[in-house]
Unconditional design. Structure first.
Length: 559
């Protein structure tokens, strides 16, 4: 295969990979528009995103195994073709149910596309080129994540929410044609052609139950019977899967892979990396909208600076790996990601956009340095025949990390914000009581309004002024003529004082909201610290391919 042929083949792989990852972020920004169009609720529409991720995470291991058994090229083309067809029907959907159904099928097809891209790329290029290729793989992953919010916002604003699905059609068609004519078929020659039905059902049930619990945990309550049942079901399914695989002569997942220290360490590091990514891509967006008052599109554009930074540092990691051991680069990446969370904890309502972007650049540099090097270490440290299934495992662990990141961070924030809002109300009441302009009646009304509020913010100033105006009108109507001038003066003073006091109260609530965000980001930083150690053991200086195969074969004999 000449270089031109290799480049075209790699472009075909990246097109499918890019399209599948793009749809994980491009839809989020359009959810309010879709909600309005179908006259639905955000709870229902959120399943347009949730069902995609749920099916994707549940089926990624199964898809990887089937691709190894029956042909990675075949399954890749099938995944891209199904994804393209589902994109058409998603764009043509005339009900929420129809849209959610085809988004579920998109998630299924994405599970066949994403993990196969690593072994297909490894087949296209010789081993000495795999470092730079994995760096390019990571860079395009960053580009897909960066493009999603901005591209989704532009397409929705100038065309329709349906356009975010129709854009996949030309990409999908081009990808299928290029794959068919330029990519050779590849298999795992050691894989049995018999389908491990019991293994597929058990691992899919385990992943589905776990992801579903993580998605619904904050809504239903982590100690609710529904969520506890899902966790128990997931644990039972995992145990059944392990028993099935240990007894199988040709297991779906060779458990001896986990005896390869770099592989296991890399999988755990990728899990923590996925978790840490959510601190910036998801939770910081929450901060920008709730505290800074940005729109979803503006917040998406700001956060995209993290993905752009990730692209650059992913490419840089390939050059660095020629001089520095990849385990040092991966550890440095996780260290920078943990540092970014610590830097996020110093943000306030007065932080500048530039200051926020600089913190996101630090996070992006950590992601770029660690993701591609960890994936490359995974390719190097497993037998060549097991690259496919190991890619599925690592993509699954990273995906699980993202779900857990959202669930954990939101849970920490939710519990802490309740405490902070109690303190915020107390501080706001002190401000009102200390005021020397309002009379006792006005103070009592404002204090009651504060105590009865949901705690997220004080009433809008326009509504307060409107209430004052209504009361003034009623008072003037009942008052004698000689008292009207004084009444007007008193109400004018109240309006002026309200405008003066309102920003102070609002700022108080924002300050305590910032405290809750700060605490959550500090927790995220601590959670990421073990990832630095696992990243360090994700590769070894002298680990050769033959020794990796030896350790694998020894593990097989033990099992």
């Amino acid at each position: 295969m000449n270089n031109k042929h290799r480049i075209i083949s790699f472009v075909a792989v990246i097109l499918g990979f890019f399209m599948a990852l793009l749809d994980t972020t491009i839809v989020n920004i359009t959810l309010p528009k879709i909600t309005d169009y179908f006259n639905s609720t955000m709870t229902h529409i959120s399943w347009v995103v949730n069902v995609y991720n749920l099916v994707f995470a549940s089926m990624i291991i199964t898809a990887s195994r089937l691709a190894d058994q029956f042909g990675r090229k075949k399954l890749f083309i099938f995944g891209v073709l199904l994804f393209t067809i589902c994109s058409i029907f998603s764009g043509l959907s005339n009900s929420v149910g129809m849209l959610v159904t085809f988004r579920a099928l998109q998630g299924l097809s994405a599970a066949f596309v994403v993990p196969v891209t690593v072994p297909l790329s490894a087949e296209i290029f010789p081993p000495e080129k795999r470092g730079p290729i994995m760096a390019l793989w990571g860079a395009f992953a960053g580009l897909a994540a960066a493009s999603g919010p901005s591209l989704g916002g532009i397409l929705t604003q100038f065309f329709s929410w349906r356009a975010i699905f129709f854009i996949n059609i030309p990409i999908g068609i081009l990808c299928v044609l290029m794959t068919k004519y330029f990519i050779k078929e590849s298999y795992d020659p050691t894989a049995d052609k018999n389908i491990d039905v019991a293994g597929i059902l058990s691992i899919s049930t385990a992943m589905f139950s776990l992801i579903f619990a993580l998605i619904k945990g904050n809504d239903k309550g982590w100690t609710s019977p529904f969520i506890i049942t899902l966790f128990i079901l997931s644990a039972i399914a995992v145990l059944l899967f392990i028993i099935i695989e240990l007894k199988s002569k040709k297991p779906m997942i060779p458990l001896s892979l986990f005896k390869i220290v770099p592989f296991s360490s890399g999988a755990i590091a990728l899990f923590l990396l996925g978790l840490g990514m959510m601190s910036g891509s998801y939770f910081l967006s929450f901060f920008l909208i709730q505290v800074k008052g940005l729109t979803q599109l503006s917040a998406g554009l700001v956060v995209s600076s993290m993905s752009v930074s990730s692209m650059f540092f992913s490419m840089l990691s390939a050059a660095l790996s020629k001089r520095i051991s990849s385990r040092w680069i991966s550890s440095m990446g996780l260290c920078l990601l943990a540092l970014s969370c610590l830097l996020y904890s110093t943000l306030t309502q007065n932080s500048t956009t530039l200051g926020i972007i600089l913190r996101l650049v630090v996070a992006g540099s950590g992601m770029g340095l660690s993701m591609s090097t960890l994936m490359n270490s995974m390719v190097k440290n497993v037998p060549p025949t097991k690259i496919g299934i190991s890619s599925g495992i690592n993509n699954m662990t990273r995906t699980l990390g993202t779900f857990l990141g959202v669930a954990v961070f939101l849970s920490i924030f939710t519990s802490n914000i309740k405490v902070q809002m109690v303190d915020a109300k107390r501080a706001a009441v002190k401000i009102v009581k200390a005021d020397t302009v309002f009379n006792n009646e006005a103070k009592t009304g404002m204090i009651n309004s504060l105590k009865q509020g949901n705690g997220s913010k004080f009433s809008d100033v326009s509504s307060i002024l409107k209430t004052i105006a209504v009361k003034e009108k009623a008072t003037l109507k009942a008052a004698p003529i000689r008292a009207k001038a004084e009444i007007k003066h008193n109400f004018a003073v109240q309006r002026k004082e309200t405008k003066k006091l309102y920003p102070l109260i609002q700022d108080t609530f924002k300050t305590y909201t910032v405290h809750a965000f700060s605490f959550t980001f500090k927790c995220a930083s601590l959670i990421l610290l073990p990832g630095i150690l696992f990243a360090f053991f994700s590769d070894t200086k002298k680990k050769s391919k033959s020794s990796a195969e030896n350790s694998y074969s020894e593990g097989t004999e033990v099992s």
